[in-house]
Design a protein around this ligand. Sequence first.
Ligand SMILES: Nc1ncnc2c1ncn2[C@@H]1O[C@H](COP(=O)(O)OP(=O)(O)OP(=O)(O)O)[C@@H](O)[C@H]1O
Length: 342
Amino acid sequence: MTAPNQEELARVAESATLSTALSTTRPASGLALQLDAVQRRFGERVVLDDLSISFAAGEFVTVVGKSGCGKSTLLRLLAGLDAADGGRIESDGRALASLKEDVRIMYQDARLLPWQSVADNVALGLPGRRATVRALALEALAQVGLADRADEWPSQLSGGQRQRVALARALVHRPRLLLLDEPLGALDALTRIEMHRLIEQIWREHRFTAVLVTHDVSEAVALADRIVLIEDGRIALDQAVDLARPRSRGDAAFAALEGRVLDRLLAVQALNPRNQIRGRVSAIRVGDVLAEVEVAVTDVFGNPGTVVSTLTARNLQEHALEVGAEVLAVFKSNEVALATPR
Ligand SMILES: Nc1ncnc2c1ncn2[C@@H]1O[C@H](COP(=O)(O)OP(=O)(O)OP(=O)(O)O)[C@@H](O)[C@H]1O
């Protein structure tokens, strides 16, 4: 990692310019958010329905839920890119829509302009003298470990590096609310873990409020103070993550919490009657690592049958499943998962 150009930064500080203005006129602390009975409809379809929740200033919240449940819709409302059909979204009594300058959003694709250098992409939209703006861009790039790539084209960077540039582009505006719409969804597992560390470190430094939409429950547990699950347009689960940071995926408490949230998500999937079948556990076979649970079921025509679910032996232990227990067999692509019937 290359340090930012210190001479240039010093010049900027001396000339009492935008850098000073940004750091003094806009507090670095996060925005508190209050959502009250928020509704968003598309035609007949009610996507968010009477959704109420509050986020504390500086909190890191992750939003999970099955595909199409309205996660991105919620983020677009918070970003002011879309308007609610009902309810209020405020920050300490002010409509969030009036605080757009304090809010930045990051998407799954970095959305960089290919004809602009990395530094110019980060500096995009920043007012001020060219040298000042460039120094701010370099400072933001240094924070994401890319100061030495400032003069390259976006096409010369890897997917993970492009996302780091997108993060720098958000940071340069010193957001008080950073919205992250699956920003790591297209990255490989190792790069994701590196990005988790980077995002957490930057969030701890800047203390903005962060709202991250993700499909990855492990990512949610790694980063969140709170995990929020959206179901039927409302908050179905609001789970505090009370684990010390930085978090380790190998930790037992981490795995247990991840399992609980996954189970809850699975229960939501099971609500779709087309992909689930009720039955009773008829046999359990436990190996060193894996376990098989056989479930006796009856199909819609009354024909008896069995389905088999494979899970880790440890997971089986945590769920205390036993022969005779009533379960839902949930079909997810090519696997069968089990959930407790409601
Ligand atoms: N502009 C729009 N016009 C009509 N319907 C929309 C519009 N935007 C979103 N929707 C619908 O709202 C629902 C929620 O969409 P949204 O993108 O918020 O879901 P999501 O939870 O982010 O899904 P995914 O996890 O698959 O990204 C979907 O049924 C979608 O088709």
